[in-house]
Design a protein around this ligand. Structure first.
Ligand code: URA
Length: 427
């Protein structure tokens, strides 16, 4: 179909045929369609939506737009994916728990996006750690260690790379069929048998309401199951950051402390919930998740994984070896009361301004900058008391401090919001 006809069909609210979607994605990957036509189509999808059949066809076409990994020789492979959050280092905790409990985690991860962090950036704050792995090395480490995490190869679902870059600059990210196909195409191409999804809801997430997150989760579970994978989704709260550390090195420190049993409660709870879902999907008893954490087996697995990918394993016993930026600024309470709000979006943006994330694709980042939240929602505070510590160099400090001051609202009383809101499983 001619691009103009294809765009018109969606503009007028009609459903595309699966073969037409496949041809469209193929043409996009071959650079046969100019960006302005792809952008116009994305906006039409944003407003008109897609049927479930169209979304399945779009996901399959994107998943097959490049290489599709076959992990079937590796045993019970489990992948984990978050829809994107602030302070979300759960992959660093969940992956070793899964591997220590008997699953195989051979995972491709991404870098930070906008105000949200990425697992690969975090891992690269470990001295020597390598995330660019050849395919041979990726499979060898999966077999030898049971846990390997590599930077997502450009050959995996390349259609998503192109579509995402255009969505990012045309205000078309927040569309259910586009988010579902983007996430699930990458997961299908990455080849794991089971996928535990963490769908974030709230101020720091792409989806702001529980209804929207539930609907997206149900769609992604259905897409995965139709493609022959086992999928479950945990819906989790992202009004305030997860844990207390936000940044790169500082989040790895917190993940290691959590694996050592000394982490914040919310991160521990969410990591165990996600690991339990992943294990259940491949027939391993869910209790193994907690056992792997409490016995120290998950921490030992993490140490083995760091060493196998060239990182300095001493950081696992002494997380303070991961160096933070030398400047330390403080944010203090301007009133007595209780922390009523701690806006995850503003905290994420503060770390971005300090240089901990990228304003533009491909920019270098500063792994040492970050924020440590001494107080979170529900904590009582006195005027002048420390709310957050900011690790910084020259860049962006005054803006980051202003964002953090705005992120905290001190009120009369507040309960910490529930963290795990729901779990969506296949019927
Ligand atoms: N994460 C993705 O990979 N894609 C989206 O569209 C949103 C979050």
């Amino acid at each position: 179909m001619h691009p103009v006809e294809f765009i018109r069909e969606k503009r007028d609210g009609k459903a595309h045929r699966p073969e037409a979607i496949e041809a469209w994605i193929r043409a996009i990957v071959r650079d046969e369609v100019p960006d302005y036509q792809v952008a116009a189509w994305l906006m039409a999808v944003f407003f008109q939506g897609m049927t479930r059949e169209e979304t399945f066809a779009l996901t399959e076409a994107m998943a097959h737009s490049g290489e599709v990994l076959d992990l079937s020789q590796l045993g019970p492979t489990v992948d984990k994916h978050s829809s994107g959050g602030v302070g979300d280092k759960a992959s660093l905790v969940v992956a070793p728990i899964l591997a220590a409990a008997g699953a195989v985690v051979a995972k491709m991860s991404g870098r930070g996006l906008a105000h949200t962090g990425g697992t690969i950036d975090k891992l690269e704050s470990i001295p020597g750690f390598r995330t660019e792995l050849s395919k041979e090395e990726f499979f060898r480490l999966a077999r030898e260690v049971g846990l390997v995490i590599a930077a997502q190869s450009a050959d995996l679902a390349p259609a998503d790379g192109k579509l995402y870059a255009l969505r990012d600059v045309t205000a078309t990210v927040e569309s259910e069929p586009l988010i579902a196909s983007s996430i699930m195409s990458k997961k299908l191409a990455a080849g794991a048998r089971a996928i535990a999804l963490d769908v974030k809801v709230g101020k720091g997430a792409f989806l702001k309401t529980l209804e929207a997150a539930r609907s997206l989760a149900e769609l992604m579970v259905e897409i995965g199951e139709r493609a022959g994978r086992r999928v479950a989704a945990v819906l989790s709260q992202m009004d305030q950051p997860l844990g207390r550390a936000v940044g790169n090195a500082i989040e790895v420190q917190e993940a290691i402390r959590t694996l050592a049993g000394e982490g914040p409660e919310d991160l521990t709870e969410l990591s165990l919930a996600l690991a339990a879902e992943g294990l259940r999907l491949v027939g391993i008893p869910e209790e193994r998740a907690r056992e792997a954490l409490e016995s120290g087996a998950a921490l030992a697995k993490f140490r083995q994984f760091v060493a196998a990918q060239g990182g300095d394993p001493r950081v696992v016993d002494e997380p303070e070896r991961l160096s933070l930026a030398p400047g330390v600024a403080e944010v203090r309470a301007n009133a007595d009361g209780v922390v009523a709000e701690l806006d995850a979006y503003r905290v994420g943006l503060a770390v971005l301004r300090l240089g901990g994330g990228r304003e533009k694709k491909g920019e270098p980042i500063d792994h040492g900058v970050g924020v440590y939240l001494e107080k979170k929602i529900g904590d009582p505070v006195r005027e002048g008391e420390l709310l957050a510590r900011v690790y910084h160099r020259e860049k962006g400090l005054s803006e980051a401090l202003a964002l953090l001051r705005d992120a905290y609202q001190i009120g009369a009383g507040a309960e910490p919001p529930p963290l795990v809101l729901e779990v969506v499983r296949a019927p």
